[in-house]
Design a protein around this ligand. Structure first.
Ligand code: ADP
Ligand code: TRP
Length: 331
């Protein structure tokens, strides 16, 4: 039997190339050798997104992005988290085995607490229970489909470790393998895609290169990449420049060597390097952008694909819940 790969993306805004290289592309690679189950984590997004029109739109946006990037819904079970009610039943079960202390240690929660403390606000200001228990819902997403591997960016590894902890304590309690213990898979060479300012590319830093920006806007964004004040003539170290780090993601090996050579030789300004970067990014993204626009032009067809995916997913999810209930004496 093939092993199972599962991942989810939270529909919280425009996707960027960090999401593409850190999440979507490695997941689609894995789908070639694993039984893949990929989904839109829309209830996770609800923690922060309270505007219905916006959430409704971003759910479709993320779904269209997966499909435009090459996900084949005939081969991959592709669905919305909200279409699988069994996930929420399992979440309740997992809660009973999740210590509060484990949740206190979750990075996202800790960061929110620290920010409140620094501002002198109440420790828990603005923190809802959805954020606090976020890793439990995520563990349920993963565990319910008997996932072997979970392709994610580095920032999500802690969540997978928590899912492991929870599954292991359940298996230990019932002295049998009720739940499969998942493993994270991190795409090492693209583990952290740098943003325009050199920090990790992230919506929350406002430093992203969006995946589906029209050509003109894409060019403008790339021109905003922050550089140092080295003059044109000066030789430059390619490894030291986020323009080059980004270029490596899109260019072929010979193009990379050529640009690295121009950096080292001197005589190339940052503007020119950005033009080169724009050329290769636009070359890679324009076919994806065209497919994306076509998919977004027919939302009912898109929704049908997601619904068909949910139909395939639910019996698998129901079987896990049933197994747990039996082990727990709630059958
Ligand atoms: P953001 O940081 O923009 O809010 P998310 O946290 O929604 O992005 O991340 C969605 C997925 O994309 C996760 O698997 C995450 O690890 C991955 N990801 C996000 N930003 C990057 C990045 N700069 N480099 C690599 N992977 C990333
Ligand atoms: N927490 C993930 C993120 O922010 C999204 C997610 C939700 C997920 N459930 C998941 C990822 C299950 C992998 C597996 O990016």
């Amino acid at each position: 039997m093939k092993k199972i790969s599962l991942t989810g993306i939270k529909p919280t805004g425009d996707l960027h190339i960090g999401n593409y290289f850190g999440a979507i592309k490695p997941a689609l690679e894995l789908a070639k050798e694993y039984d893949a189950r990929y989904f839109i984590a829309d209830y996770h997004a609800l923690n922060t997104m309270k505007n219905p029109a916006e959430l409704n739109f971003t759910i479709r946006q993320v779904a269209a992005c997966w499909l435009a990037s090459g996900l084949d819904p005939e081969k991959v079970i592709f669905y919305r988290q909200s279409s699988i009610p069994e996930v929420f039943e399992l979440t309740t079960m997992l809660m009973a085995f999740t210590s509060k202390g484990l949740m206190n240690r979750a990075h996202a929660y800790k960061a929110a607490v620290q920010e409140n403390n620094e501002k002198g606000d109440d420790t828990d200001a603005g923190i809802n229970m959805g954020l606090f228990t976020y890793p439990v819902l995520m563990a349920a997403d993963i565990i319910i489909f008997d996932s072997d591997v979970v392709p994610v960016g580095k920032d999500q590894v802690q969540h997978i470790e928590m899912a492991q902890d929870i599954a292991q304590s359940i298996n230990a309690n019932y002295k049998q393998q009720v739940l499969k213990v998942p493993q994270a898979v991190v795409q090492e060479n693209a583990a952290v895609v740098p943003g325009l300012d050199g920090r990790k590319m992230s919506k929350s830093y406002g430093n992203v290169i969006p995946l589906f920006a029209p050509e003109k806007a894409l060019r403008k964004t790339i021109m905003r990449i922050v550089t140092n004040s080295q003059p044109v003539e000066e030789p430059k170290d390619p490894q030291d420049s986020q323009i080059f780090q980004l270029y490596k993601l899109f260019a072929q090996a010979d193009e990379q060597d050529a640009l690295a050579g121009r950096y080292r030789a001197g005589g190339m300004g940052w503007g020119e390097a950005k033009e080169e970067l724009f050329r290769v990014i636009n070359r890679s993204l324009s076919p994806i952008r065209e497919r994306y626009d076509a998919i977004m032009a027919d939302i009912p067809a898109l929704d049908k694909i997601l619904e068909q995916g949910a139909q395939k997913a639910r019996p698998i999810a129901a079987a896990t819940v049933k197994r747990f209930r039996k082990a727990a004496g709630i059958d």
